[in-house]
Design a protein around this ligand. Structure first.
Ligand SMILES: C[S@@+](CC[C@H](N)C(=O)[O-])C[C@H]1O[C@@H](n2cnc3c(N)ncnc32)[C@H](O)[C@@H]1O
Length: 179
């Protein structure tokens, strides 16, 4: 399922880890009547997105101040690979998703297989060492095929897009990625 196909006038959209709002802006260009909520742990980031016509909330993706099923669409780009427990964060994003809703995650992943890992070594070095970023190893990728979910890999497996539905069974927590 494509993000743009899920957007409707009045759709309740959560941009989790919205940062300065690149994705929120794009969503509002696609559907100006969407009701966008931007959540981020950094107030500094949200302040830089002051001109976006969205609600702004200072919150941790692992503990969101919203009721179950509050959003029709939840998006989170380049965030889950930075948090301590991506499974817990994803479970929380699914909790606030409406039963008919769609959750879209984009993140940097560690490609599987030694050949793929070797081939993407330079890119990983850039992500992890130079930008202090992180690539999620497969065991921490919050994926479950419930028949309505989708997974796509790009850039030699370094980038992933996952579309999850409420039916997905994601473990509520795992040991931290670093642990
Ligand atoms: C790489 S930026 C991505 C921003 C935005 N999603 C985008 O695509 O431009 C990661 C964002 O996640 C936020 N973040 C990191 N950990 C978070 C957490 N536990 N809860 C909420 N936001 C978090 C950071 O403050 C930062 O704004």
């Amino acid at each position: 399922m494509d993000l743009r196909a899920t957007l409707r006038p009045g759709a309740r959209v959560l941009d989790a880890g919205a940062g300065t709002g690149a994705l929120s802006r794009e969503i509002l260009e696609l559907e100006p009547e969407a009701k966008v909520t931007m959540a981020d742990i950094s107030t500094g980031m949200l302040e830089q997105a002051a001109e976006i016509p969205a609600e702004r909330i200072n919150a941790d993706v692992a503990e969101l101040p919203f009721d179950d099923g509050s959003f029709d669409v939840v998006v989170s780009a380049w965030v889950i690979e930075t948090v301590e427990d991506p499974m817990r964060a994803t479970s929380e994003l699914l909790r606030v998703l409406d039963p008919q809703g769609h959750l879209f995650l984009t993140f940097t992943a560690l490609p599987g297989g030694w050949l793929s890992r070797a081939g993407s070594g330079l890119l990983r070095e850039i992500v992890e060492d130079r930008f202090a970023g992180r690539a999620l190893p497969e065991e921490h990728v919050p994926w479950h095929d419930c028949g309505r979910s989708h997974r796509r890999r790009f850039a030699a497996g370094l980038t992933e897009e996952i579309a999850l539905r409420k039916c997905c069974k994601i473990p509520p927590s795992l040991a931290s990625v670093d642990g």
